[in-house]
Write a protein that binds this ligand. Structure first.
Ligand SMILES: [Zn+2]
Length: 430
C-alpha cells in the first residue's frame, strides 16, 4: 500500500512539474544556466586598427556593430581573424564585422576562427559605408567543415570594404527608420527605459483615432538577439505594412492599436554581440525573473493595458531568425484567445506566399520567453516568428508585407467574431 501511494505521488509530481517554469533550464541549443538571468561579466572587445606594413593591408573594428578579437598574419595576404563572443559558453550565433583595405590593389584571404563557435553567417559586403549590402557568392567565400572556420576571398584597394555577418542595423539605423515612420499622425515614438549602457529601449505605438469603445492591442517584440537581422528587417517591413495608407490597414487600425518594441537589445546590436545584452544575459530567457532593464522596461510599459477597460490585448509576435523559416506556436491543446490563430495564420501564409518554405513546430508554455509571458499575462495566442538567416533579401519585403496583409484580414475577422460572441452572451444573460 505504501509503495502504491509513493508511486502515485511521483506521478502527480511529474504532471505538475511540466507546468512550472522552475523546471525549464534551457533549450538543447542553450548554454547551461541560461535561465539564471542576474548580471554577469562580459568580455569587452578591444577596438583598434591593425596594419600589416609588408602587405600594405589594414583591418579595423573601430566602429559600431564590429566584432574582431585578434588578427594574425598566416602568410603573405592571408590573415586569420579570431572572433570571441561577449560571454562563453554561448549559443552559436557567431557575429563578426570589420573593415578592410589595402594601399595597393591586392587579393587576400581572410580566415575567420571562432572561439566557442562554428562559422554560420554568409559574409555581407558594403562598399558605400553600409548604405547597401551584397552577399558573398561561392567564389568569395567557403567554409571548412573540419575546422568550422570561414574563408573569405577579397580583392582589396584603398576603398574601405565593410565585411559583416549580416547587414548592419544598429540603433542609428533604427532611429532613422522610426523617425520617418513617426511622420504619420497615428504613430508615436517613446522611450520605455534604458539599457545597461544607457541606450534607449524604444517603443513605437500605432493608435489611430477610432469610435470603437474597446480596441484590440497587438504586441510586437524584436531584436532580443543581436545577430538576428533578417527577423529584424522583416519586422520593420511588417510594421510599415500595418501603417499603410490603404483601406485594409486603415480598417485594421480602427479596431487595433499596435505596441511595438522592435529594438529590445540596443547594447547587443551596437556592440556586435552574439546573443546577450551588456550584462551577458539572453533577454529571451528573462521573461519570468525580469532581472534585466530591457525586459523590465518593456514589461512595465505593457502592464497598464491590463487595467484599461478600453483596450484588450489580442496577440503577440516576437521576431527572431534561425536556420529556417519557422513558426513556434503554442501547443494546440492549450487554450488561447483567439483560439489557434497562429495555426490559421500559418496555413494562410503557406497558401498566400507559396515561394516561402515555412515550417511550424509547437511548444509548451514553460520557458521564460516573450511569447509565453504574453500568453500567461493576457491569456492570448502568440508566436515566435523565425525568419531564415539566408532568406533571399529580394523576397523579404514581399514576404513581410503579404504576411501583414493576411494578419490584418484575420485580425479584423477575429475582432468581429468576438463582438458577435459577446452580444450573443449578453442576450442569453438578459
Ligand atoms: Zn532569437
Amino acid at each position: 500500500m505504501r509503495l502504491l501511494l509513493l508511486s502515485f505521488t511521483a506521478i502527480l509530481l511529474t504532471a505538475t512539474s511540466c507546468r512550472t517554469t522552475e523546471e525549464f533550464t534551457g533549450y538543447d541549443y542553450d548554454p547551461e544556466g541560461v535561465t539564471e538571468t542576474t548580471d554577469r561579466e562580459i568580455t569587452e572587445q578591444n577596438k583598434r586598427t591593425i596594419g600589416f606594413l609588408s602587405d600594405g593591408v589594414w583591418i579595423t573594428n573601430e566602429f559600431s556593430a564590429s566584432r574582431v578579437s585578434d588578427v594574425t598574419r598566416v602568410d603573405e595576404h592571408h590573415y586569420k581573424i579570431r572572433i570571441d563572443p561577449e560571454i562563453s559558453p554561448v549559443n552559436n550565433s557567431p557575429w563578426y564585422g570589420f573593415r578592410i583595405w589595402s594601399d595597393e590593389e591586392v587579393s587576400v584571404t581572410v580566415e575567420l576562427e571562432y572561439t566557442d563557435g562554428r562559422h554560420r553567417y554568409i559574409p555581407k559586403f558594403s562598399h558605400d559605408d553600409g548604405a547597401t549590402w551584397t552577399e558573398a557568392d561561392s567564389t568569395q567565400y567557403s567554409r571548412d567543415s573540419e575546422t568550422n572556420n570561414g574563408f573569405i576571398y577579397l580583392d582589396l584597394n584603398e576603398e574601405k570594404l565593410w565585411v559583416s555577418a549580416q547587414e548592419v542595423y544598429t540603433t542609428r539605423e533604427y532611429r532613422a527608420w522610426a523617425e520617418k515612420m513617426a511622420l504619420k499622425p497615428f504613430i508615436q515614438q517613446s522611450v520605455v527605459g534604458y539599457s545597461h549602457q544607457g541606450r534607449p529601449v524604444p517603443k513605437m505605438k500605432m493608435a489611430q483615432r477610432s469610435d470603437k469603445p474597446v480596441k484590440g492591442v497587438i504586441l510586437i517584440y524584436g531584436r532580443q538577439h543581436p545577430p538576428e537581422v533578417p527577423g529584424f528587417i522583416f519586422s520593420l517591413h511588417f510594421l510599415e505594412r500595418l501603417a499603410g495608407d490603404d483601406e485594409l490597414a486603415e480598417t485594421f487600425r480602427r479596431y487595433f492599436d499596435v505596441w511595438a518594441f522592435p529594438m529590445m537589445n540596443p547594447d547587443g546590436a551596437d556592440n556586435g554581440h552574439w546573443r546577450t545584452n551588456a550584462a551577458g544575459i539572453d533577454l529571451n530567457r528573462d521573461w519570468v525573473h525580469f532581472n534585466q532593464p530591457e525586459t523590465r522596461a518593456v514589461r512595465d510599459a505593457i502592464m497598464p493595458i491590463k487595467k484599461r477597460s478600453d483596450r484588450r490585448v489580442y496577440y503577440g509576435i516576437d521576431f527572431h531568425s534561425t536556420g529556417t523559416n519557422i513558426f513556434y506556436p503554442i501547443l494546440r491543446e492549450i487554450d488561447t484567445f483567439p483560439l489557434h490563430f497562429t495555426y490559421d495564420w500559418y496555413d494562410r501564409i503557406v497558401e498566400g506566399v507559396p515561394q516561402i518554405d515555412l515550417n511550424i513546430q509547437a511548444f509548451d508554455i514553460v520557458s521564460p520567453i516573450a511569447k509565453n509571458w504574453t500568453h500567461r499575462t493576457f491569456g492570448v495566442d502568440a508566436v515566435t516568428f523565425e525568419v531564415w538567416d539566408n532568406q533571399p533579401r529580394s523576397e523579404l519585403e514581399n514576404y513581410a508585407k503579404k504576411s501583414a496583409e493576411i494578419f490584418m484580414e484575420m485580425m479584423i475577422e477575429a475582432y468581429a467574431e468576438e463582438k458577435t460572441r459577446q452580444s450573443e452572451t449578453a442576450l442569453r444573460t438578459d
